[in-house]
Design a protein around this ligand. Structure first.
Ligand code: NAP
Length: 323
């Protein structure tokens, strides 16, 4: 199999196309021929710094380091006792280094069957590959950690900071699917995109402090920060009494420290895709209720270019790599 990988954990190592042994699926495992890979900021963050990189070094497979999580493709082979996947199935999923798995920047991945979700023929494989980390994180932010369903329908108000990004676009749409009033924060150039996703109010951060502007629409049951540079105290000030501030981005120490400060209204999130979490999201895409925009498709060998684009933090759609 071929993979774009770093030969060592040295952050200066480039991603190179390497030939690796094709793995044979053991009990409960599934080998997938990858057709599309979704790019997420975590893919390049894991190469350079942060707690995820440290964890991956400690518990992940030995180098060469194959980064990436999101993938979609076709099942090629299954191990013993696999019941939910068969060769030829179209599937989407996310790799998991804590299970000793290599990442998804490859033409082949090996995962367990509970990491996979079937993709109907009506859903484009690149669109499926754009879902795992972004959509699962957005779902967890709105529904699981944000507990939107605990609020009375009239009190379901969500503020999404970074509404035009990969996670933010899905958080806006999932909040609308949950019947919430949604305010989305973005720049002037992306206001139309965010309005088109169904946001009831678009707050333009080029027109002044976004949290100050959001006060007019508070209190919110959920404030979701997909940017990481907004003040935690400022976000919490906009919350309803049982509301929550969800830190999707927030790898700054100050943001992590805020979790420890009473009244414990800020929650950091780790969006981990599983087959069960992907199922309702893939179904919503198939039903035309959830839309993912694809900014650009690049060959897998252009992974470095994809990382440079993602590092600008200016993307308004997903980057897809194709093996
Ligand atoms: N905790 C988790 O499990 C998890 C999961 C997924 C992602 N993340 C993190 O969440 C962050 C977002 O991920 P993503 O995939 O959505 O990234 P992305 O698609 O690259 O986000 C880019 C978007 O951010 C917007 N943006 C940048 N600065 C902004 C600001 N000050 N206010 C409002 N919007 C702003 C940009 O819009 P403008 O050009 O209009 O500014 C752009 O549309 C990343 O830090 C990522 O690492 C965490």
């Amino acid at each position: 199999m071929k993979a774009m990988a770093q030969r060592t954990w040295n952050p200066a190592d480039p991603l190179e196309l390497l030939e690796l042994p094709t793995p044979e699926p053991k009990k409960g495992e599934v080998r997938v021929k990858v057709q599309a890979i979704g790019v997420n900021p975590v893919d390049w963050k894991m190469r350079s710094s942060g707690p995820l990189r440290l964890a991956a070094r400690l518990v992940g497979p030995k180098p060469p380091v194959v980064v990436g999580v999101d993938f979609a493709g076709v099942v090629e082979a299954v191990g013993a006792e696999v019941t939910r996947a068969a060769p030829g199935d179209r599937v989407v999923g996310g790799t998991n280094f804590s299970r000793g798995q290599r990442g998804s920047y490859a033409d082949t991945v090996l995962v367990r069957e509970d990491q996979l979700c079937r993709v109907p023929d009506t859903v484009d494989i690149a669109v499926a590959a754009a879902l795992p980390v972004g959509a699962v994180t957005a779902w967890m932010a709105v529904v699981d950690l944000g507990r939107i369903r605990d609020a009375q329908p009239a009190d379901r108000r969500v503020l999404v900071l970074g509404a035009s990004g990969g996670v933010g676009q899905l958080a806006v749409q999932i909040s609308k699917m949950e019947g919430a009033f949604v305010a989305g924060v973005c720049s002037t150039k992306n206001a139309e995109i965010v309005a088109g996703l169904g946001a009831d109010v678009v707050i333009d951060y080029n027109h002044g402090d976004a949290l100050a502007q959001a006060k007019a629409h508070a209190p919110f049951h959920v404030v979701i920060d997909c940017v990481g540079s907004y003040s935690g105290a400022g976000c919490r000030a906009l919350l309803a009494s049982r509301g929550r501030h969800i830190m999707v981005a927030g790898d700054k120490p100050s943001a992590a420290a805020q979790v420890l400060v009473p009244p414990f209204k800020s929650k950091a999130i780790l969006g981990r895709p599983t087959g069960a979490r992907l199922e309702p999201l893939v179904a919503a895409v198939a039903a035309g209720e959830l839309h993912v925009s694809i900014a650009q498709k690049l060959p897998l060998t252009s992974a470095e270019e994809a990382h440079s684009l993602s590092q600008t933090s200016r993307m308004t759609g997903k980057l897809i790599l194709e093996p």
